[in-house]
Design a protein around this ligand. Structure first.
Ligand SMILES: Nc1ncnc2c1ncn2[C@@H]1O[C@H](COP(=O)(O)OP(=O)(O)OP(=O)(O)O)[C@@H](O)[C@H]1O
Length: 578
């Protein structure tokens, strides 16, 4: 069911190329069977004609020889075309499927994605979709061609002898009904085990490689390696079982085909239609029966893979059916920088009922154009405030607004165009420095602007090498230090011009001189904008219009730096710890 519901919409769009592939597959098989039957008849008829001088002189050698040549050229040409068309159709189907999965994946909210291992998503996007190429190429095309050829064969042999046609096509039909069903049932477990084994091995390999440094440091390599080896050997066992089954299927098909050929030889030798003895027509029927091997061969392997395909389809379909819990609205307008949290309650795992509230009837209003800091102990829920404002998560109660408009009414474009966020963890893509910076801008941005911003954050030297902005930033920015990565995050923020800036401990891990410099740049850039900064240090607090202290999911104190220093011991203790 999953397979069909996944493929039906695709078939509707790619039907022409798929039909072309199927038609060419039918033409190839027709030409193959025609070639063998005609050759069989031609050789026997030539031998019979040679028995007397009179028949040898009157026998027309040229037309059948031309037919053989035509059919062999037609077979080669249509086989070439078939391969092109079926593979083109497969690639189109897989491309569409992959794009569909990607589009379904993109809008999923963080709460939904947090439950998935990254390797699992990659697996669905790559390995599972690859497995689905069996469906058209190895299942639909051979089955369609088989049925079309069965009808053609029935008409052709039936023209000479209805009994022989019924026997040959009946036996082939029986093979079609029994062999695929049998091998589907036999291969059900192994095919699913191969797909699952591959999936598990991929997941573990990705985790192993990702955690290699930690595993080496904490002597965990051996245990993890053993886990990987056992997953590999399970996968190999499943593959071995599948290969044995495929071998068995080929043997069964050869046996069934041999029996059909013998039966046809026996029956055709008794006479073909009115002709007794049958003469060269017996060879024609026999060779036609021999040629049906090409029809039978793909049957068993196609069906033994079916359960693997169905398992992959189930996983891909479940991803396509996922819906984000976050629904964006329709409003698309340029907003002022006022931010409001009204009676907001939020817990990360409210869905399973056991959630500890991170925010509890939380209220906060930040006037447009002001600089506000939110301080609190680690785990107090400061970053969660930003996550809610960016709509990575949805609060269970209350409402959040920007410029007086509830954020649930805004479309995604409007929301993103209003916010600039410097997150705690800056993600760098394995790509050129230029691309890693330019992704902050919606419009194309000049290299000179990027270099200027890099200089502002003290990273001008990165672009001064031979490769300039084309310098490759390794996977996750491995070629850069932690502090350099953070400053690239700040550079991205400086490239944006939005009414609100959200800074989540933007200078964590930087030395105090660089920290002062970065904050000065950010505050300069934030002039006239609303700036919300999360911190657990008191650095730059004197420059804030208001500072709030978050504790137990609520604000426990608010005021200016000097007021809080005087009135709030917790605030003073923050300072003394730093
Ligand atoms: N994605 C998540 N899923 C489940 N719980 C989370 C998630 N992110 C944070 N939490 C939990 O929510 C609480 C608040 O986390 P949050 O990151 O908002 O705190 P914070 O004040 O920013 O802390 P820090 O100063 O250490 O960054 C913590 O108890 C944390 O364990």
């Amino acid at each position: 069911m999953n397979l069909l519901s996944l493929f039906l919409p695709l078939i509707r769009r790619q039907w022409l190329m798929m039909l072309t592939g199927l038609t060419l597959a039918i033409v190839t098989l027709l030409a193959g069977i025609g070639l063998l039957s005609l050759s069989g008849w031609f050789l026997s008829a030539t031998a019979v004609a040679g028995l007397s001088v009179a028949t040898a002189q009157t026998f027309n050698f040229f037309t059948p020889a031309g037919g053989v040549r035509f059919l062999s050229i037609a077979r080669t040409a249509s086989r070439y075309g078939e391969r092109l068309a079926t593979h083109e159709a497969t690639f189109r189907l897989l491309t569409e499927l992959r794009v569909r999965v990607w589009k379904a994946l993109m809008p999923l909210d963080e709460a939904r994605l947090a439950g998935e291992r990254r390797g699992e998503l990659l697996n669905r996007l790559v390995a599972d979709i690859d497995t689905l190429d069996h469906f058209y190429l190895r299942l639909m095309v051979p089955m369609g061609a088989f049925i079309a050829l069965l009808l053609a064969l029935f008409a052709f042999i039936g023209w000479f002898d209805m009994g022989l046609a019924l026997t040959l096509c009946g036996a082939l039909l029986l093979c079609l009904l029994i062999i695929p069903a049998g091998f589907y049932l036999l291969g059900r477990q192994s095919a699913a085990a191969v797909v699952n084994g591959k999936r598990r091995y991929r997941l573990l390999t990705l985790e192993y490689l990702g955690g290699l440094a930690e595993l080496a440091m904490f002597k965990g390599l051996k245990g993890e390696r053993a886990l990987l080896d056992s997953a590999e050997s399970e996968w190999q066992t499943a593959q071995r079982a599948m290969a044995s089954l495929l071998g068995l299927s080929q043997a069964v098909i050869i046996l069934a085909h041999g029996a059909i050929v013998l039966l046809m030889l026996y029956l055709a030798a008794q006479g073909v239609g009115e002709r007794v003895p049958p003469g060269p027509l017996a060879a024609m029927v026999l060779f036609a029966a021999l040629a049906t091997m090409e029809l039978l061969q793909p049957l068993a392997s196609a069906f033994s893979q079916l359960s693997g395909c169905a398992a992959a389809a189930g996983r891909v379909k479940s991803l396509l059916d996922e819906k984000s819990a976050i629904c964006f609205g329709e409003r698309d307008e340029r907003l002022s920088g006022e931010v409001g949290f009204k009676n907001v309650s939020f817990s990360y795992d409210a869905a399973n009922g056991s959630g500890n509230p991170v925010l509890n009837a939380f209220n906060l209003t930040v006037a447009a154009g002001t600089k506000v800091a939110i301080l609190g102990k680690t785990g107090a829920g400061k970053s969660s405030l930003f996550a809610l404002l960016c709509r990575s998560y949805e609060p269970q109660h209350g409402s959040i607004s920007i410029g007086g408009v509830p954020i649930t009414e805004l479309n995604e474009r409007a929301l993103r165009a209003t916010l600039t966020v410097v997150t705690q963890r800056v993600h760098l893509f394995a790509g050129p420095l230029r691309d890693n910076l330019a992704l902050a801008c919606e419009q194309k941005v000049a290299d000179a602007t990027l270099i200027e911003v890099l200089e502002q954050v003290g990273l001008g030297y990165l672009a001064s090498g031979d490769e300039g902005l084309g310098q490759w930033i390794g996977e996750g920015g491995r070629q850069l230090s932690g502090g350099e990565q953070r400053r690239i995050g700040i550079a991205r923020a400086l490239l944006r011009d939005t009414p609100i800036m959200l800074l989540d401990e933007p200078t964590e891990g930087l030395d105090s001189q660089t920290e002062q410099l970065m904050l000065a740049r950010l505050f300069e850039h934030a002039k006239g904008k609303t700036l919300l900064m999360i911190s657990h240090r008191l650095t730059a607090m004197a420059e804030m219009d208001c500072i709030h202290i978050l504790e137990g999911g609520q604000l426990v104190a608010s005021g200016k730096h000097t007021e809080l220093l005087a009135a709030h011991p917790e605030y003073r203790s923050l300072k003394s710890r730093n």
